[in-house]
Design a protein around this ligand. Sequence first.
Ligand code: HEM
Length: 475
Amino acid sequence: LPPGPKGLPLVGNLFDLLRYNPIEYFTLLSKEYGPIFSIQFGLRRVVVITSRHWMQQAFVRHADTFTNRPHGTVMHFIGGGKGVVMTEGQAWRDSRRLLTLVLKEFGVGSSKIEDYIGLELPEFIETLKKEVGKPIEIHPDLATSVLNIVWHMFAGERFKTGDPFLKWMVTSIERTANLINQGSFLNFVPLVQFIGTFLRPRAFQVLFSLVYRMMYFNGVIRQHRKQLDDPTKNMDLVFAFLREQKKIEEAHQAPGIFTDSQLRWLLSDLFVAGLDTSVSAMRWALLFIVKHPRVADKLRDEILQVVGHDRKPCLSDRETMPYMEAFISETLRYSVVVPIITHAPSHDANLGPYIIPAGTMVITNLHGALHDPNVWENPSEFRPERFLTPEGKFFKDENLVPFSIGRRSCVGESLARAEIFLFLTTILHTFELKPGVDPLPPLSYVDGLFLHPQPYKIILELQQPRHRPREPEKA
Ligand code: HEM
């Protein structure tokens, strides 16, 4: 195993996790022991990775081995190893294949996805226009629109702006994300997980929302089952799943993943993973914009130059907007919406000079990797220019891995990138953003499964038509 700190007999370094924030703790240890180290937490030996190099070794070079998830963690305990995020083996492969197929059907990864995002953007912008001049928290409206995009693909439904069920659901998902931490003490003490997770203040609402969400998914599945043979119904994930289930039943085969319980967990995973991540990234982006007026000016000038006033931004503008691309990359690097991920090798694996036994919990400290001063100059400075060449061209830095890499990397990356680009450019094309509170909160995160910015308010003013910034004169 890689070297690491020697803890106390029996408990190892477990109790350090009660004193320190896991992200900061792992980052500190990686400074002493390097980008791969091992550590004992109670009965569990854990390997912690903090670099693109070791992620590449594990998740790409040994892609077949490092695709499992560790058992006995809070996430595993809550989801029971169902859905897609925490499944393994054939069940994971089948769920991921179905999901990838449906996303492809909806044009994710091609310009067709613009049509689905475009269905939500006008209503979102009109809602914001009603709030012009007032200090607002933008994220409830943002969450409705972002959820509608994925929900259209997965369940064929959309929510109305201000829908009280959706508002409640969005808040409780955010609370769930704040309550779970993939590197925290509770992941290493399975017996106290229940008490620690569910008997905390506010946890009751989280549990209640999970049960309520499952009941709602039951209703969605029932409704789809009734309409399964209706040729006028558009394809969505639930229909694709139920049709496959029906085929298997008719052939008297074993159901495999095609059970209602698996479908409920799959929908639950997608509801959470498809919503809070992209919304959080955009909340960070808008905070950076109001905090850095110089960056905001550059973004606005670029949008004006490329899009002008006579049309709306579109996905193909990405190629001619290097500053916006650099800004989004820096937002994803700085915010690291998913800060810690966990894998486990399915069998004993050679990793460089080390042997990692099957089932070992392998934690990737993505936050540490994306803030590593050996890779990123002044990592705590927000500077989109780090992704631009001296000629002002955008370049992809292979060390930027906020969606992870390898077979288990984020299945929604392409969708999230398209959403972030279109929402941000359209917001900036329509409005000027000003701080809605004085002072704005610091750029520190609210800890949890996903990192959120501190709550803040902004004031939107309609953009006044301006002349295009002058093109640089040709020689
Ligand atoms: C800014 C937005 C997002 C970020 C930063 C992000 C990041 C990540 C990361 C780091 C992982 C873990 C990969 C690993 O374990 O190696 C992941 C997994 C996943 N993400 Fe995302 N994600 C985002 C948006 C989305 C969206 C919009 C969807 C919806 C389609 C989505 C669905 C998933 C799923 C289903 C998994 C589990 C994949 C598996 O276990 O095979 N994500 N994401």
